[in-house]
Design a protein around this ligand. Structure first.
Ligand SMILES: NC(=O)c1ccc[n+]([C@@H]2O[C@H](COP(=O)([O-])OP(=O)(O)OC[C@H]3O[C@@H](n4cnc5c(N)ncnc54)[C@H](OP(=O)(O)O)[C@@H]3O)[C@@H](O)[C@H]2O)c1
Length: 268
């Protein structure tokens, strides 16, 4: 079997797409996750491990030529990859992490630097916010009778099928270092996205803009999360909403379930 690829976070929102695309391309695929979310495919090897603690990484990397890293902690993975003979490390990061002073983004920027300086062959793809994340945010904000929205924010949401396809393509190619950013097809104000969400979800909530202070919100208002000139995604937010909500699927349902306490006797 050609090209053995490890997908960390391969049961997650974008990781699942990468697994599907690489399997379809004939690559040998192995998934690593902590086992909290449902594993979708019986035909793909699944290793339980934790990139945060390093548990299980040496076994997961055995015989691997390429890693697609779809979780954000990176330190232990880089060390284990070096021990495993330096496979190509493909990392999915976020557009604007160098512009918005958000704590998670600072960590992700440090992760990018650590990968670039690791001596491993590497590729980093920065993507804008996934449709799922924006839809999840809007679903939460649309629960009260009035939809209070941080004013002036702009996003360029992208579909994980577009991003996952690009990650799979990068995993099958030579390392490129920092790849061109990957943005969604349209950059739009949050209130515009909220109106689309309400229309598809059948909600009628008055939208009330709230001006939030601080550098994080100021940076997002200034367009810090956008990828001008990189509208690479093809699937619009409305297309995503119609498909997902129409099929009764709720964004990030699995991710939230994974953190709820398990009821005795109910399994996962
Ligand atoms: N969400 C966005 O809008 C966005 C945009 C651009 C880039 N990204 C980046 O894309 C990556 C994936 O995002 P996503 O939204 O697909 O995430 P997600 O749906 O929350 O999935 C995360 C995946 O990682 C696994 N995981 C979490 N912690 C782990 C750990 N310590 N060790 C091993 N596996 C672990 C989860 O399974 P278990 O819980 O079972 O371990 C799951 O398979 C993230 O690094 C994120 O920064 C996200």
């Amino acid at each position: 079997m050609a090209n053995r690829v490890l997908i960390t976070g391969g049961t997650g929102t974008v990781g699942r797409v990468v697994v599907d695309r690489l399997t379809a391309a004939g690559a040998g695929v192995r998934v690593l996750s902590r086992g909290r979310r449902p594993h979708q495919r019986a035909d793909v090897e699944h290793v339980v491990g934790d990139v945060g603690s390093g548990a299980g990484l040496d076994a997961a990397l055995d015989g691997v030529e390429t890693i697609v890293h779809c979780v954000y902690p990176t330190e232990h993975l880089v060390a284990a990859a070096k021990r495993a003979g330096s496979p190509h490390l493909v990392y999915v990061s976020i557009v604007g992490i160098d512009r918005i002073p958000f704590a998670l983004y600072r960590t992700m920027l440090a992760n990018e630097r650590a990968i670039a300086e690791s001596g491993l062959p590497w590729t980093v793809l920065r993507a804008t916010q996934f449709h799922d994340l924006i839809a999840f945010l809007l679903r939460m904000l649309a629960k009260p009778p009035i939809m209070a929205l941080p004013a002036g924010l702009r996003f360029q949401p992208v579909d994980v099928r577009d991003v996952g396809g690009r990650l799979a393509q990068l995993a099958l190619g030579e390392p490129v270092g920092r790849a061109p950013d990957f943005g969604g097809p349209q950059a739009r104000p949050l209130d515009d996205l909220a109106r689309s969400y309400q229309a598809v979800a059948g909600k009628r909530r008055p939208i009330v803009p709230i001006r939030l202070p601080g550098k994080v919100f100021g940076g997002i208002r200034a367009g810090g999360l956008l990828a001008p000139g990189h509208a690479a995604g093809t699937i619009t937010f409305e297309q995503y909403l119609r498909e997902q909500l129409g099929a009764g699927r709720l964004p990030y349902r699995d991710a939230i379930r994974a953190y709820l306490p398990r009821r005795p006797g109910r399994g996962s």
